[in-house]
Design a protein around this ligand. Structure first.
Ligand code: NAD
Length: 493
């Protein structure tokens, strides 16, 4: 059994999904649906590999992570190329995708320290200590929008903790995961420790039901995430699920205008708005709304074309369906009384007329009941709301069902502090538009943006992939000679 499940020739013919280049609609690869027999084979391989991998020394696993991080760095361009080809984001942005995942591997190199337990001499000759143990076979289910970063949130930490993994990349862009799995093999990850399977709902159902799989890491949409959380936990599995988002940027009138507008444009439209931490909603407080025309002008200048074009600021959206959904939501805003002040619909870059392109679009005068505010658009569309005070902005954001990320732009420390304290969102940026924490911390989306208690990566990630055993030991020389039985409930004195 190879570390990679290679699709059989038969499977290659029975493709479930035709994966097209989002800029041209040309087929770049066929993604097979892994069969039930192959899914069982992958899980049995992971179960069998776990027996030896769990006993590998933590220093061995650290060495593998050190080698993996070096290999990813060396293969950065190859990985980024696969991402731009399949996902469509610009080449520099694709490198960022790899880099943010690489940072998790770098953090996993510190696994000996992360797995340290606690110990206390609780009584005479008696010690209590904790041991962090791996869970067994774990599963990962990834979304399309970060084809390298999100699989790298999952498998390196899981296997560094001593688990094995069955990983399912998005059926829309599995190429980066396939390269990463090969690099993991080169770095010394033994066969069976990391297994890649393909497909859609059938594969997911298998993962939720298979008793040997002890934990599932999921990142993706609300619909799939809720389903996987419910089905997985019902079957007794530990599940961490990061879901959708609607991230608000609050603009105070005292903010640095140039910095704020540049950050806002980048965070709203970068990666064609297909980031879970994209700032897709802006709340102008008081007079800051006067900056709106300048925001429109800066957004209009962005170059929207193939991600391989050196001048591209943003590439296409992932599928024609995703484009249509975004366009429908723009239209719903108009129908409900909002105003489109920058309309990117119908954008056709020269040479890529068939691509899924939507240029930056700004909808102004949006009210909270409108569909374009209520739903995650997940495209290069910025919705704008106006309020008079910071309190109103905080209330508005706290009433939104999502709690992934938010940012405030201000020059006032006390305003920033009030915002940080009163806002009910898991990741807060202060003059930072996309505050995705580095991996010495954890990704801490909250409320409707997450299900499960343990976050991805950081200390919380290590907790997710391990369970704690607490040992109490007594080594007392006179016990060897005493004939008195101890019948009372043991108390520690
Ligand atoms: P998606 O839910 O469509 O797909 C994610 C995974 O779930 C894929 O592997 C897919 O095969 C599987 N899947 C899809 N539909 C399913 C179903 N009905 N039943 C079972 N499995 C199913 O998500 P996507 O479109 O690939 O990714 C975009 C979404 O992911 C956005 O909502 C975005 O906000 C979210 N996201 C969240 C985070 C975060 O950390 N909060 C990060 C990235 C993306």
């Amino acid at each position: 059994m190879s570390a990679l499940l290679r699709p059989s020739p038969l499977l290659a013919k029975t493709q479930l999904y035709i994966n097209g280049d989002a800029a041209t609609q040309e087929i770049v690869t066929y993604v097979p649906q892994t069969t039930q027999a192959e899914l069982r084979e992958a899980t049995r391989a992971a179960e069998s590999a776990f027996k030896t991998w769990r006993k590998s020394s933590v220093l061995t696993r650290q060495r593998v992570m050190l080698d993996l991080q070096a290999l990813i760095r060396q293969n950065m361009d190859r990985l980024a190329h696969s991402i731009t080809l399949e996902q469509g984001k610009t080449f520099p942005d694709a490198k960022g995708d790899v880099l943010r995942g690489l940072q998790v591997v770098e953090a996993a190199c510190g696994i000996p320290t992360s797995l340290l337990g606690e110990k206390l001499a609780v009584a005479r000759d008696m010690d209590t200590y904790t041991i962090r143990e791996p869970l067994g076979v774990t599963a990962g289910i990834a979304p399309f929008n970060f084809p390298a970063m999100i699989p790298l949130w999952m498998f390196p930490l899981s296997i560094a903790c001593g688990n094995t993994m069955v990983l399912k990349p998005s059926e829309r862009d599995p190429g980066a995961t396939m390269i990463l799995a090969k690099l993991a093999e080169e770095a010394g990850v033994p066969k069976g420790v990391l297994n890649v399977v393909q497909g859609g709902v059938d594969t997911v159902n298998y993962m939720c039901d298979e008793p040997a799989i002890k934990a599932i890491s999921f990142v993706g949409s609300d619909h799939a995430g809720k389903y996987i959380y419910e089905r997985g936990t019902k079957n007794g599995k530990r599940v961490q699920a990061n879901l959708g988002a609607k991230n608000h940027g609050v603009i105070m009138p005292d903010a640095n205008k140039n910095h704020t507008l540049n950050q806002l444009v980048g965070a709203a439209f970068g990666a064609a708005g297909q980031r879970c931490m994209a700032l897709s909603t802006v709340v102008f407080v008081g007079e800051s709304k006067e900056w709106l025309p300048e925001l429109v002008e800066r957004s209009r200048k962005l170059v929207v074309t193939s991600g391989f074009d050196k001048d591209a600021d943003l590439g296409p959206m992932i599928t024609p369906q995703a484009l249509k959904r975004a366009e429908d939501l723009i239209q719903s805003g108009i129908d409900e009384g909002a105003e489109v002040i920058l309309d990117g619909r119908g954008h056709k870059p020269k040479g890529f007329e068939n691509g899924n392109f939507l240029a930056p679009t700004i909808i102004s005068g949006v009210k909270t009941h409108m569909r374009c505010y209520q739903e995650e658009i997940f495209g290069p569309v910025l919705v704008c709301l106006f309020v008079d005070t910071l309190d109103e902005a905080i209330e508005l954001i706290n009433n939104n069902r999502y709690g992934n990320g938010t940012a405030i732009f201000t020059n006032s420390g006390s305003v920033a502090r009030k915002f940080q304290e009163e806002i009910d969102v898991g990741q807060v940026g202060i003059n930072v538009p996309i505050p995705v924490p580095l991996p010495m911390f954890s990704f801490t989306g909250s409320r409707g943006s997450i299900m499960g208690d343990l976050n991805f990566y950081g200390k919380s990630g290590v907790q997710f992939y391990t369970s704690i055993k607490t040992v109490t030991s007594l080594w007392r020389s006179e016990d060897a000679t005493s004939t008195q039985a101890a019948v009372n409930m043991p108390t520690m004195r």
